[in-house]
Design a protein around this ligand. Structure first.
Ligand SMILES: NC(=O)c1ccc[n+]([C@@H]2O[C@H](COP(=O)([O-])OP(=O)(O)OC[C@H]3O[C@@H](n4cnc5c(N)ncnc54)[C@H](OP(=O)(O)O)[C@@H]3O)[C@@H](O)[C@H]2O)c1
Length: 259
């Protein structure tokens, strides 16, 4: 149960992580304000405010009375530089009064040559250089993200995947719980990573999905070249020493079948 005098602002409240935060905060004692461009469903008694990080519209209003910010807004593809870096800079300017800024980041962003990850790294640096008390926690990819990106659309009964990619996917709800648990703690600067329970290749994940869902599909594993492929195949996006989440990819898939 949270301490009710703290007001938490959740940015990106319609996203995977944001909606998990929203659901879990419903049972807490915190005052909660949500922000995103679309209004999330089922916000109960929480306040929601429109804001757009790429234009900074509504950001001041969203941030002004927040004690803690859980920053789950992100835009990996569209306007990514303006959301992750310039919009983030504006957000920080307006958040000077905040007691704790919690920034979810991604394991391996300093080792994987991917533009979005470079922007996340820039954002981490901006936060570190700011005078705002903060905690940066890097997580591994979410189960839902991997499933959606690679395993949602078989083509001619084949999951065509870069099969050697390693993943240590984690449940977004467990990560949300972890972040909420940090709210009352002292800001930690860069905190320990939060990884999922198993390291698997994408081929293994696809095979597991086929088996659990009893699908007629097969896996077609692509071998790619280049630094990006190598860094994911080397597992730079994993941290086997930090298996913090308990819900496995198989359990995530089984729960989806039951729904
Ligand atoms: N996905 C993963 O596997 C993963 C793994 C580790 C860490 N993370 C980190 O966790 C955080 C959340 O990721 P996620 O996967 O939950 O993201 P997501 O599902 O893509 O959600 C992104 C959120 O940001 C909002 N947003 C997008 N553009 C915006 C803009 N211009 N202004 C304001 N809000 C905007 C979206 O809402 P509207 O469109 O309604 O504005 C949405 O609520 C990110 O920092 C990400 O790097 C993700």
């Amino acid at each position: 149960m949270g301490v009710s005098y703290l007001k938490i602002l959740v940015t990106g409240s319609t996203g995977q992580l944001g909606s998990a935060l929203l659901n879990q905060l419903k049972d807490s004692g915190y005052k909660v304000k949500l922000t995103s461009r679309r209004k999330p469903d089922g916000i109960g008694h929480f306040e929601w405010i429109y804001s757009d990080l790429s234009s900074s519209e509504g950001v001041e209003e969203a941030v002004k009375d927040a004690d803690v910010i859980l920053h789950a807004a992100t835009s990996p593809i569209k306007n990514s530089k303006s959301v992750e870096v310039s919009g983030f800079k504006e957000l920080l300017k307006k958040a000077q009064h905040v007691k704790h800024f919690i920034y979810p980041s991604i394991v391996g962003i300093d080792e994987i040559p991917f533009n979005y990850y470079k922007l996340k790294l820039e954002a981490e640096e901006l936060l570190k250089k700011s005078s705002i008390p903060h905690t940066i926690v890097r997580a591994t990819q979410f189960h839902h993200f991997i499933d959606n990106l690679f395993l949602s659309k078989p083509f001619l009964k084949r999951y065509i995947v870069p099969g050697k990619f390693k993943c240590q996917s984690v449940d977004a709800g467990e990560f949300a719980d972890h972040l909420i648990g940090l709210v009352d703690k002292e800001p930690q600067g860069r905190a320990e990573d939060f990884g999922g329970p198993d390291v698997m290749t994408l081929s293994e994940m696809a095979e597991l999905k086929i088996k659990l869902n009893n699908e007629p599909n097969k896996v077609l594993s692509l071998s790619l070249t280049g630094k990006l492929y190598k860094s994911f195949s080397d597992g730079k996006n994993t941290n086997p020493a930090r298996k913090m989440g308990e819900i496995t990819f198989g359990e995530y898939l089984s729960k989806k079948i039951d729904c």
